[in-house]
Design a protein around this ligand. Structure first.
Ligand code: SF4
Length: 369
């Protein structure tokens, strides 16, 4: 499903979208309305966040979410991703970088959601799964490198451009999808709720997540894992519509049991975060004892390609971190040629990871990346 489009009536042909599009999907001549080549587009939304005319847009389901919240027979469950809490405050005049998970929880409750959870919990689930998948491939033998699979734009890029390499992707669902699956199975069963009554909403920094929920394999027992995605922009719009100013709210906790999480879940929001979280799990299991230090500084930073070698349990793990799809192409071409010597590679489509996602607040005109 295509979730990002350009409204040709509003497009001024300024070319900014084609400058930020790393898959050459935004196309057109200067001063003439542009269009999106859907064969190439991966729905990352970098054109949306950049477009000064607001002609590039992602589909919007704010009204559908409002209806579900107002329906007394529907149990609305919402999860908020780690990268949203870092930018939502700015939309309400708070200082840049204000971190507002408690205010976000309070705002979502004020909107009327029945359960308010934190995607960081599911990020922890993902890393337990992905970390152990890596360990299994290391111990039992498997395809290397293993690539992360939590960025739906990256997965779509692989499907469109390197379908022969799909077996290298981790088999794990993204945190968003794991959370939805757990709510509609575990929570539904534990609390005796018919899953048909649950409407699962995600608040994400990402437009590609709107596409991810429509994938056929994200339906389980006849129910979609996640029913609707609000981007950070959408949530801000909904809050304004309801006259809720998060800068004025008192912080609240997320609901339990899915409001608890580790720091490894939180760092998913930035480039290198998934890799560092995976290394924490993998190294501890390989060493058979608690880690002395949680930090893996070599995979941190904002350079678009970083690599590191980590030793644990007598095994040297060679890993790499990439953000921006133009940087992954040479690696994939090497892999096709049979030469790519890594165990694990994290790939995020957006600049600096989900923190720079296409669903985040629009970039001021002067600071286009
Ligand atoms: Fe979405 Fe993050 Fe991937 Fe960007 S990097 S497309 S925000 S999952």
């Amino acid at each position: 499903m295509q979730v990002v489009n350009i409204d040709e009536q509003n497009c001024k042909g300024c070319t900014l979208c084609s400058q930020v599009c790393k898959v050459n999907a935004c196309t057109g001549e200067p001063l003439i309305p542009h269009f999106i080549d859907t064969k190439k587009c991966v729905n990352c939304g970098q054109c949306v966040v950049t477009c000064p005319a607001r002609a590039a847009k992602d589909i919007n389901c704010i009204e559908e979410v409002q209806k579900a919240v107002e329906d007394k027979n529907t149990i609305t469950v919402v999860q908020g991703a780690p990268a949203v809490r870092v930018t939502l405050g700015e939309e309400f005049g708070m200082d840049s970088g204000s971190i507002v998970p408690g205010r976000m929880a309070a705002a979502l409750r004020k909107l009327g959601f029945d359960r308010v959870y934190d995607t960081c919990f599911a990020a922890d689930l993902t890393i337990m799964e992905e970390g152990h998948e890596l360990l299994k491939r290391v111990k039992d033998g498997g395809t290397f490198p293993m690539f992360t699979s939590c960025c739906p734009a990256w997965v779509l890029y692989m499907e469109k451009n390197y379908p022969d390499l799909l077996g290298y992707l981790s088999t794990c669902k993204s945190p968003q999808q794991m959370f939805g699956a757990v709510v509609k199975s575990y929570i539904a069963k534990k609390e005796g709720i018919n899953p048909a009554r649950i409407y699962m909403v995600s608040v994400m920094p990402c437009t590609a997540k709107k596409y991810e929920i429509t994938r056929p394999e994200m339906i389980c027992d006849g129910y979609k894992n996640v029913d609707a995605v609000l981007t950070t922009r959408d949530l801000a719009e909904l809050l304004r519509k309801k006259h809720i100013d998060i800068s004025q709210l008192v912080e609240e906790d997320f609901d339990t049991p899915f409001g608890e999480y580790t720091g490894a879940g939180v760092i998913f929001g930035a480039t290198g975060g998934v890799m560092e979280a995976a290394l924490r799990t993998a190294c501890e299991v390989l060493d058979g004892k608690p880690l002395k230090k949680l930090s893996f500084y070599d995979v941190r930073g904002i350079s678009s390609f970083r690599e590191a070698e980590v030793e644990a349990g007598g095994i040297k793990l060679k890993v790499a971190v990439v953000h921006g799809l133009e940087k992954i192409k040479p690696l994939l071409d090497s892999l096709r040629g049979g030469r790519l010597n890594y165990h694990f590679i994290e790939v995020m489509t957006c600049p600096e990871g989900c923190i720079g996602g296409g669903g985040q607040p629009n970039i001021p005109k002067k600071s286009v990346r």
